[in-house]
Design a binder for this molecule. Sequence first.
Ligand code: NAD
Ligand code: DAU
Length: 353
Amino acid sequence: MNINNLMVTGGCGFIGSNFIHYVLKETGFAGRIINVDKLTYAGNPENLKGIGERFGNRYVFQKMDICDAGGMGKIFSDYNVDAVCHFAAESHVDRSIKRPESFIYTNIIGTFNLLELARARADKFVLFHHVSTDEVFGSLGDAGYFTEETPYRPNSPYSASKAASDHLVRAYHETYGLPVVISNCSNNYGPYQFPEKLIPLMILNAVEGKPLPVYGDGRNVRDWLYVKDHCEAIWTIMQSGERGGTFNIGGNSEMENIVIVEMICDLLDEVLPSPAGMSRRKLITFVKDRPGHDRRYAIDFGKLQKQLGWAPRESFASGIRKTITWYLENKAWIENIRSGEYQTWIDEHYGED
Ligand code: NAD
Ligand code: DAU
């Protein structure tokens, strides 16, 4: 697959920034990356520190809202964009429950704008990779897995907006022949994840001796994937995944939330004993459940494994150790994040009954 000018949307977010590091440093990609990001609370240019200096004009950053069709059109033509890897989204379920509007704009209208701009480039355009989520499938019972054939049944404003964007992407392939591919991935964790999501929130709170808020009974299950494995899967699909198709990506690591939180407590007690020698498990606090909380996600990624030979490299045990070490070693990054909107959200979200 020959891509010269790859637009990465949301490249200053958690997965997008990991993806840019990975593509530029580890794949042999010889083209240019144009990172387009609005820099919401979740977008942090610090995630890409050093990339501009190291890669010169092979890396470009453009601050832009993907909902701005005019501004985005100019970027497409200025940089002769021939492929898009689309990460930009509002991504946090709890925020979508409190304030859904921005999820509708960015995730649906923003995706529509990108599709229209790609379509307008017709023969110059080689690939639209849409990065999506397993949450579009809804919730599983105690058994079974999501496959590419599982019907969509999104339960939160976030997952409904991602489902809508998936349908648009698919429709642009069927209707206009746009070369698209969609990947639906399970929960990611690793470096640069904004500490509103379960794993980084628990690590930071546990380090600081703050309560660890576990929703409901803590028995909800997610299938965890180390972020670099996700980046490798996306790159693999971009190279040779069937156009018009969808691929599920998962970590083979189903875990109950409470088990993860206990694991984080125990690992931190091991590498950074609390001053009073107290077990950090004592900080675990069960709180009111998330409305419409999906019970279980589990991914069958057999299609990706069989067709393209991808499988996750990291186990949860090794990935969580790396992640904890990263958060302990990157205090400046954490302080930088906390100087923004983070504290307001934490006060608002956890400060009520
Ligand atoms: P994130 O919230 O960390 O980052 C999102 C990025 O998009 C930020 O840099 C933000 O500034 C940018 N952005 C938001 N609105 C924008 C707009 N209107 N215009 C331009 N940029 C905008 O998200 P993430 O966790 O890195 O997720 C990236 C993608 O992967 C999302 O599409 C998400 O649905 C999907 N996904 C995430 C996970 C996960 O576990 N985090 C799993 C599966 C799929
Ligand atoms: O499955 C993929 C999805 O994973 C992505 O599409 C989303 O963008 C990403 O945010 C993530 O969604 P979740 O809702 O699963 O992730 P979150 O980290 O918010 O929550 C994980 C689980 O932990 C979930 O069952 C809710 C629970 N939880 C979360 C937080 C923030 C708690 O118990 N306490 C908390 O404080």
